[in-house]
Ligand binder design. Structure first.
Ligand SMILES: OC[C@@H]1[C@@H](O)[C@H](O)[C@@H](O)c2nc(CNc3ccccc3)cn21
Length: 602
């Protein structure tokens, strides 16, 4: 074996050439697979030269242990890596996970606000710091590759993934691609722009997703069809990719959705001609999970043909192919039958190797425990708390504008805290937290609920009464100074969150109505998107959009009680009725309840 490729002093292209020239077809195809770790073993990694593994959300080591420690993760990742290193050429594998608002799979990790809340901060510098903290907590578990950021431009809040989108306005999404500089590291001055850059052992490979137009599907139906012209695709959904590439993003994930009826996973014009040859993307393109299977309906029918079309479209790595032997056999036969040219295989493998060489994976393939004490540190939690503060949008402050209600007095006789979301960490974190769909419970990880934040913020003499759903009698019996009512959406991810009515779910709605009918009420809405509030607005004394704040609920109390002012601005239009949708800033017919950019200050 010519070991020139192992010499880190050699130029990148020499290392790639030296390795590629001695790889068998089987080894090249192996590099193009990213298996779910549940389907792999160290032996398979060794014998098939598998390029990458992933943990689907909620499947921690060993197999589904959602309270696994960082050490457990490091051990698991290293076991697979040792398998890869014992292969003929010893090409290290890349382990990937969805760290999309902190290392959200990891028990006791810092959970940051979901992207819609970050869009409300209008603070790219803050978001870059969040990227850096997320990279550290992800690397603490030995994982060097995060499927983040989602740079979707959500144009219809009925989409179950709208909270993963920073904004309906592509200009905010472009600004927030600064998170890549936090995740992967700042590009050193005089370094080339627009090539994959990952700077250090506390940085991760990032992934701009989902290419392209994922946020533009009809009625926000997940994985469905985006029916718009080329100019709208180019002006609204594409700029985030240009900005991500300039900032050195190393990977791009393809969207399940279609553009004008053509599956993105089969779209050679957009993936190869545009992303690779026009935007000059030099990293690697990865499919979504079983994205190849989902090119047909029923899923996986005619997988051989789907795989052929996906690879020829320009996909370099396939996430969760059926299994390692089937993937190898189908790919090998396509190459032998000249249906996939060898030049396509070589392009894919070169891109994958370029990312692995540029991040130093050959030099440092194994993880250590050196960062495990960085998980959920106070420093990271303080950063998350700052992000929560800046993400809150004050939509109403008093029934009489001349008598603002907020900031609330810390010293008062008795406060009621009510609502399903007041004391539930799972609900305030939302989807993609510990499990894929999130959890409706309070002990899924560590953090501060909004109730406990309020309790520690008010004056010690102020009495706090907590009741999820107080009776009308109890409301009348107690002379509360005011009530804080925290209600909103259940956790959801992807298609499970698609919703055509966008009403405040029960029992939150009736709780809010009962409380607000009887006493002065400040409504705090925990949701991934705007919901129907217009009919109830006259009832409310104040209304705060808190989005999905994550583990640091203290940030909510910080602003409610005036330790910090409200500064957040709507990153999305707040509609009056769902029959107005889609309705985005700049539209000809624009009749919102609260316009894009709205936000009262205190
Ligand atoms: O979790 C991997 C990817 C994720 O990065 C994409 O943004 C998202 O579109 C996506 N959807 C699935 C659906 N399947 C799934 C399987 C196991 C756990 C969670 C989701 C996986 N993934």
């Amino acid at each position: 074996i010519d070991t020139l490729y192992k010499d880190s002093k050699q130029p990148m292209n020499v290392r790639i050439r030296s390795l590629l020239d001695q790889m068998t077809l089987k080894e090249k195809i192996g590099q193009m697979a990213q298996h779910d770790h549940l389907q792999a073993t160290p032996e398979i990694m060794r014998d098939y030269s598998v390029g990458s593994l992933l943990s689907g959300s909620g499947f921690g080591p060993p197999k589904g242990d959602i309270r696994a420690t960082a050490n457990d993760w490091v051990d698991m990742v290293n076991d697979y890596q040792k398998g890869s290193l014992s292969s003929r050429l010893g090409i290290p594998m890349l382990y990937a996970i969805d760290s999309v608002h902190g290392h959200n799979n990891l028990y006791k990790a810092t959970i940051f606000p979901h992207n819609v809340g970050l869009g409300a901060t209008r603070d790219p510098e803050l978001v870059k710091k969040i990227g850096a903290a997320t990279a550290i907590e992800t690397r603490a578990t030995g994982i060097p590759f995060a499927f983040s950021p989602c740079i979707a431009v959500c144009r219809d809040p009925r989409w179950g993934r709208c909270y993963e989108s920073y904004s309906e306005d592509h200009k905010i999404v472009e600004q927030m691609t600064d998170i890549i500089l936090g995740l992967q590291g700042e590009i050193p001055p005089h370094s080339r722009k627009g090539v994959p850059f990952i700077g250090g052992k506390d940085k991760v490979v990032a992934c701009a997703k989902h290419f392209v137009g994922d946020g533009g599907t009809i009625q926000g139906i997940d994985e469905n069809n985006t029916v718009i012209g080329w100019n709208e695709l180019l002006n609204i959904h594409m700029p985030g990719y240009y900005h991500s590439i300039i900032k050195g993003v190393a990977t791009v994930m393809i969207s399940y959705s279609s553009w004008n009826g053509e599956k993105m996973h089969a779209n050679q014009d957009l993936v190869t001609r545009y992303l690779k040859n026009t935007l000059n993307f030099r990293g690697f393109v990865i499919s979504d999970y079983q994205g190849v299977d989902r090119m047909t309906y029923p899923w996986s029918s005619n997988y051989e043909n789907s795989l052929l079309r996906a690879i020829n479209a320009g996909i370099d790595m396939v996430m969760a192919p059926p299994n390692h032997t089937e993937f190898l056999n189908i790919m090998t036969s396509h190459v032998k039958n000249k249906l996939i040219p060898m030049s396509r295989i070589d392009d894919a493998v070169k891109r994958i190797l370029r990312v692995k060489f540029s991040m130093g994976l050959f030099e440092n393939p194994l993880a250590d425990y050196s960062l495990v004490d960085q998980v959920g540190t106070q420093r990271h939690r303080d950063l998350a708390r700052e992000a929560v503060r800046k993400s809150l949008v004050l939509l109403k402050n008093g029934k009489d504008a001349k008598k603002p209600l907020l900031p609330l007095p810390k010293k008062t006789s008795k406060i009621l805290v009510a609502g399903s979301h007041a004391n539930n960490l799972g609900l305030q974190c939302g989807g993609w937290t510990i499990t894929w769909q999130g959890l409706n419970n309070n002990n899924l990880t560590s953090g501060t609920t909004i109730l406990s934040a309020i309790s520690t913020t008010v004056d010690p003499d102020t009495e706090i009464i907590y009741s999820r759903n107080p009776s009308a009698e109890s409301l009348k019996a107690n002379n509360y100074s005011y009530a804080i009512v925290v209600v909103g959406e259940p956790p959801y991810a992807e298609g499970a969150g698609d919703n055509l009515n966008l009403t405040i779910p029960e029992p939150g709605l009736s709780t809010m109505i009962n409380v607000c009918k009887n006493i002065k009420c400040i409504v705090v809405l925990i949701s991934g998107r705007p919901l129907v509030v217009e009919p109830y607005l006259p009832l409310m004394d104040a209304l705060v959009a808190a989005w999905l704040p994550g583990s640091e609920g203290q940030g909510v109390a910080d602003v409610l009680f005036g330790d910090y002012g409200f500064t957040g601005k709507l990153p999305r239009t707040w509609f009056k009725r769902v029959d107005q949708l889609p309705m985005n800033v700049g539209d000809e017919h624009y009749d919102p309840l609260f316009p894009f950019g709205f936000g009262l200050t205190t």
